[in-house]
Write a protein that binds this ligand. Sequence first.
Ligand code: NAI
Length: 251
Amino acid sequence: MDVQDFNGQRVLVTGAATGIGRACALMLALRGAEVWINHLGQGDASAALVDEIVTAGGRATAIEADVSDPYAVAEMFACITASGPLDGLVNNAGIIQEQPFLDTSEEDWRQIMAVDLDGVYRCCRHALEGMTVAGRGAIVNISSELGHLGRENYVAYCTAKAGVIGLTKSLAREFAPTIRVNGVAPGPVDTAMVSLEHMSEEWIAKELAIPAGRLGRPEEIAAAVCFLLSSSASFFTGQMLGANGGAWMGG
Ligand code: NAI
C-alpha cells in the first residue's frame, strides 16, 4: 500500500491560492485527498486551482475566510465539518513585513500576530475539536527558518513563527497519541512572498548564500508537508522539519 495515499481523507489548507499552500493542496489532491482551498480575496486563483484538481480527477472546494477573523474561521469550519471531521489541516496562511523594530507600531505588530500566530491557533482549535471526537487526525503548521534564527527588521514575523513552533510542540504533547501535530520550517522559497515587492535585494542575496545556493521550490515544501500528514510519519509528532536548503541545521 502507498503510505502517502490520502484517499478518503479530508484536508484543509489555509492560504492555498498561491505559493506553498497551492503546492500542498495540489499534491494532496493528486494523492487522493478531498481538499479545501482556503483563501482571502483570491477567488479567481482558487477557482483555477479547483479546476486543475477536478480536471485531474480529484476533489476540491474553494472556501474564503480571513484566518485572523474568529467569526470567519468558525463559519468556515462549520461549513467544512457539516459533512464530517477533517483528517488533516495545513496551517499555511501567512504575511510578512520588513520593518525596523522601532518603527513597528502596536497595530503592525498585532496584524502579523493576528494572521501568523493567532490564525494558526484558531484553526488548530477548531480542527482539534472535531479530530478529538473522531479519534484521528494530523496537523502540519508552517513556521519558518526565521522562527529559529531570528532576523533584524523582521521581529514581529520571527516572533510569530517562533510562536508557531511552541504551539506545535505543546499541542503535540497535549493531543498525543491520538492526533499528530508537526510543522515545517522552510528556508527561502520562490513565491510571491520572497520577491522584490516584499524584500530588499540585500535580503534576497543573503538568502541565496545558504548551502543549497538557491531558493526552494513550493513543491519541495509540499513534499515535506505530505510526508508529515501521511502514515509514513506515524512516529513523528512535535517535530519541525527543516526544508531549508541548509539555512539552519539546529536540532
Ligand atoms: P504566499 O504569499 O504565496 O502565500 C501566503 C498565502 O496566505 C497567500 O495566498 C495569502 O493570500 C494567504 N493569506 C494571507 N493572509 C491571510 C489571511 N488573513 N487569511 C487567509 N489567507 C491569508 O507566500 P508563501 O511563500 O507561499 O507563504 C506560505 C507560508 O510559508 C507562510 O506562512 C510563510 O510565512 C511561510 N514561509 C515562506 C517562506 C518563503 O520563503 N516563501 C519561508 C518560510 C516560511
